[in-house]
Write a protein that binds this ligand. Structure first.
Ligand SMILES: Cc1cc2nc3c(=O)[nH]c(=O)nc-3n(C[C@H](O)[C@H](O)[C@H](O)COP(=O)(O)OP(=O)(O)OC[C@H]3O[C@@H](n4cnc5c(N)ncnc54)[C@H](O)[C@@H]3O)c2cc1C
Length: 470
């Protein structure tokens, strides 16, 4: 039942295997833009560059197949929100910058819907909004306080509505729920279908994709020698080399402390029958977040199952990524338990069809970034902390503007663009990094236990939330 391939890929192929890779790089190449990594960030960047500047030669270099990483494994929330709390965004861009950032990411949900329709990408894209569901008085109080703080302290307009239990039940019936926050700016998508469809759109737009080709080093411009991405099958020289490998970033030379790879795991049920769906409701396929500190996230899939995700073994010593391993039975049990606690007996006798995990990238300040430096010829984007499905599209459009020199565009002026030559703050060396990250996740679990036992908000949860930028 647990497998190295996500349900999303299984659902795309009749025999449930990963697609065969496209041809490898075949010798040295010289292009205008070399994109390293064929997930959403790399693919959106390639798509946007070619869509608006068809004269630019773009080559995407992917180690496995496009969508192999988090882009083909995620929860399928196309969320009009970014990681990083309001204070961090205000510190980066002032109130005005934070507002522009928020408006840009919210508008991105519709932008992805537009491209999906224009390009005919069949990926179950549906805008139903998102519900953050409280199941205790403590959780409801916390949601209410968050909504109130967002409304009064800004920096951006907050159009989330607090739903009563009855109003929630009109959308989804979750026994024992005490209320929910509803945010309209979110869509549900089949993640691998989006990644694979987008890769085809990139090729139609005229970019080349090579797969099964690992970039082993990225080097900046040296004098008159352009930037280069080195592989075992040839070197790619380019005006720009764009690093889009998110959770795999620490595997590249010199990047061990740029992003920490965090594992998130998911399970999916077998398809539910019409009777169970009649009992649950959920007709508008809103994405759902369990407001407990462990942040279980759910979607009703286009093929009428429930997918739920949450932390697995969150972080491995030395930023090791376990790319193809099985999901531990204890993680599967925790996720199933999370599902049962939300929906209860209506799921009796329902089986789990698949379990998988993926790796996402977390920067030291838990806030995503876009970077491009003319003098080195190097660019990158990522650090989405598990909120990268919509953000990667915005990053792709932002990178396009920076790479073609549109430095005064609205996108290039967003506060997630690092100053020229800037890098995201670096993580501590081991063992401090291990202790810090495991510590945050330990605190979140402990906070949940305290809240369950006492029925009161836990300071431990508040502390972990603050560190993790929730
Ligand atoms: C289980 C899970 C659930 C998630 N749920 C959500 C969600 O519901 N909503 C949301 O917004 N975000 C979610 N995320 C996060 C989101 O999936 C990511 O932020 C997003 O997919 C990142 O895209 P990317 O292209 O930057 O990275 P990736 O999709 O990881 O792509 C990187 C690519 O680079 C390739 N690569 C790596 N190293 C090399 C190399 N050396 N040379 C060449 N290629 C290389 C990899 O094979 C991979 O294909 C989730 C993540 C996970 C793991």
């Amino acid at each position: 039942m647990t497998s190295p391939v996500s349900h999303w890929f299984h659902a795309l192929s009749p025999d449930g295997t990963m697609p065969a890779p496209r041809p490898r790089l075949d010798g040295d190449r010289r292009v205008d833009v070399c994109i390293v990594g064929g997930g959403y960030t790399g693919l959106w960047t390639a798509y946007e560059l070619r869509r608006t500047h068809p004269e630019i030669e773009v080559l995407v270099v992917e180690r496995e197949v496009c969508g192999f990483g988090a882009s083909g494994r995620n929860g399928g929330w196309v969320q009009g929100a970014l990681a990083g709390d309001a204070a961090t965004w205000v510190a980066r861009g002032g109130h005005d910058g934070a507002r522009r950032m928020d408006a840009a990411i919210r508008a991105t949900v519709a932008e992805i819907g537009r491209v999906v329709e224009t390009e005919g990408i069949d990926c179950g894209f549906h805008v139903g909004g998102t519900l953050t569901v409280a199941r205790s008085g403590v959780e409801l109080d916390r949601l209410r306080a968050q909504a109130e703080a967002a409304r009064t302290a800004g920096p951006w307009d907050d159009d989330r509505a607090l739903l009563s239990p009855d109003e929630l039940a009109g959308r989804v019936r979750i026994p024992g729920a005490t209320g929910a926050l509803f945010d309209p700016d979110c869509a549900r998508v089949q993640p691998a279908a989006l990644a694979r469809g987008l890769a085809e759109a990139v090729e139609r737009a005229g970019a080349t994709i090579v797969e099964g080709t690992e970039v082993t080093a990225i080097e900046p411009i040296r004098g008159t020698v352009p930037a280069v991405a080195r592989t075992q099958h040839g070197d790619v020289s380019a005006r720009w080399v764009v690093r889009c490998v998110e959770g795999y970033t620490p595997e590249l030379p010199g990047e061990a402390r740029t992003l920490a790879p965090i594992t998130s795991s998911m399970i999916v049920t077998e398809p539910l029958d019409a009777e169970r769906w009649a009992a649950i409701g959920w007709d508008d396929a809103e994405t759902i977040l369990d407001a407990g500190p462990l942040y279980h996230y759910l979607q009703r899939t286009p093929d009428d199952r429930i997918a739920i995700g949450g932390r697995g073994v969150p972080y491995r010593f030395g930023s090791r990524t376990d790319r193809e391993g099985d999901v531990p039975a204890s993680t599967v049990a925790t996720l199933w338990d999370g599902l049962l606690r939300l929906f209860g007996p209506v799921l009796d006798d329902v089986g789990i069809d698949d379990a998988w995990h993926g790796v996402l990238g977390v920067p030291r300040d838990w806030t995503p970034f876009v970077a491009a430096d003319d003098t080195t010829g190097l660019a990158s984007a990522g650090g989405y902390v598990g909120e990268g499905v919509a953000a990667s599209n915005l990053a792709g459009r932002t990178l396009r503007d920076l790479l073609v020199g549109r430095h005064s565009s609205d996108l290039a002026a967003l506060p997630w663009v690092l100053p020229l030559g800037g890098r995201p703050p670096r993580w501590e060396p081991e063992p401090l990094r291990f202790a810090g990250i495991r510590g945050v996740y330990g605190l979140l679990g402990l906070g949940q236990e305290i809240e369950r036992r006492t029925g009161r908000p836990s300071r431990v949860t508040a502390l972990a939330d603050r560190i993790a930028g929730h």
